[in-house]
Design a protein around this ligand. Structure first.
Ligand SMILES: *Cc1c(COP(=O)(O)O)cnc(C)c1O
Length: 362
């Protein structure tokens, strides 16, 4: 394993246990799990962790990640979570068994590509039940589904929706029931089975667990609850999962006692911000080899509760280590828990090493 810093350590066994726990919870409610890999850039360590967990699909928003999934080899069907761009149509048909779509223009292009490739492509027609991100407006759904169903090489598998991402609208009995009713309307109008109803993402789990999610919803696309073990409505720990699944590791490249307030007249920092400082007196300050190029410092929580992340410029992360529980010196590794945004940033940064790791604490 490459021990260089900065690096992301992935505790595969913990992610595997999280996936199994969530698959079991979902199975009790008749829901199959499409595991979403984008927040870890579809890293091979994640893909391996997800094997034999009972998930039924691998899903990602990027073709680059789906290509990685294909290269690693999987027996599971794959799903593209974001409608493809014009120049990505052929790759979509090649790399994804199913894609989430709302535009007939795109589905027509997918149809032509599927015919060219001599294959078939599945689509889930997305409908917007209120979050104002992707999805046809409900009164267009029947039209779009019937037109898509007439396209050669296209199988309309069902309908789906996404909530809690842009507008922050929470999944509810009302919007989930609406999704089922819309599927039933489209089914009646077209005679298609439309057997797959993909009700949403990790934010749907609380409604599902309460027993209030309509039983027709039979698929959820789950990323954060598996990978970070969090209820995405409030980021609280999700039952039967662990949160200590990944760590960001940097090392100390300078260690000095300095005042906590800058000396001299202050203006904007390197990022155009006016920073305010808390006077804690003279403190032991570490510079770690991580910066805003890799991650926003507010998306890192020190594993050692004595440490305080003070801020960062492009390549220097400043951490108050006065109350650190371990003795520190140049070269000491400092560990952080990333938020979802912090994990997305570090996982997709080519400047951060990634490695499977064995936790040094249990
Ligand atoms: C990212 C994404 C998901 C997974 O969201 P989580 O909150 O990580 O569970 C599901 N569906 C779509 C369309 C997505 O883009």
């Amino acid at each position: 394993m490459n021990r260089s810093t900065p690096r992301l350590e992935i505790f595969a066994d913990r992610i595997r246990d999280n996936a199994r726990a969530i698959v079991t919870q979902c199975a009790k409610h008749g829901v199959q799990v499409a595991a979403v890999t984008k927040v870890l850039h579809a890293h091979p360590v994640l893909l391996q962790a997800l094997e034999d967990t009972g998930i039924t699909m691998l899903a990602d928003s990027r073709l680059q990640n789906l290509r990685q999934i294909a290269e690693c080899g999987t027996s599971l069907p794959t799903m593209l979570l974001r409608a493809p761009g014009r120049h990505d149509i052929d790759d979509t048909v090649q790399l994804a068994d199913i894609s989430l779509n709302s535009s007939l223009t795109t589905m027509t292009a997918l149809s032509e590509a599927a015919v060219r490739a001599g294959t078939r492509h599945g689509v889930i027609v997305m409908v917007d039940v209120g979050d104002l991100r992707e999805g046809v407006w409900p009164d267009h759904l029947v039209d779009v589904v019937s037109s898509a169903a007439a396209l050669p090489g296209i199988d309309v598998k069902g309908v789906g929706t996404n909530l809690a991402c842009y507008g922050g609208v929470q999944p509810s009995v009302e919007n989930m029931t609406r999704l089922v009713q819309l599927r039933d309307m489209a089914r009646a109008a077209t005679g298609l089975e439309l057997g797959l109803i993909s009700g949403g993402n990790s934010a749907n789990l609380p409604l599902m667990m309460s027993g209030a999610m309509p039983s027709e919803i039979n698929n959820l696309r789950i990323g954060e609850a598996i990978i970070l073990g969090r209820n995405t409505l409030d980021r609280s720990p999700w039952p039967q999962t662990r949160q200590d699944t990944v760590e960001v590791v940097a090392e100390i490249i300078e260690l000095e006692r300095k005042p906590s307030i800058p000396l001299g007249r202050t203006g904007e920092d390197a990022f155009g911000q006016h920073v305010t400082f808390t006077d804690r007196g003279i403190r032991l300050r570490a510079i770690c080899n991580l910066g805003r190029q890799d991650v926003n410092p507010s998306d890192l929580a020190p594993v050692d509760p004595g440490n305080i992340v003070l801020g960062a410029s492009s390549d220097h992360l400043i951490v108050d280590m006065t109350d650190s529980s371990e003795s520190v010196e140049i070269g000491t590794e400092v560990r952080f828990w990333p938020t979802y945004a912090g994990l997305l940033a570090t996982a997709t940064s080519s400047a951060v090493w990634k490695a499977a790791a064995t936790p040094h604490r249990l």
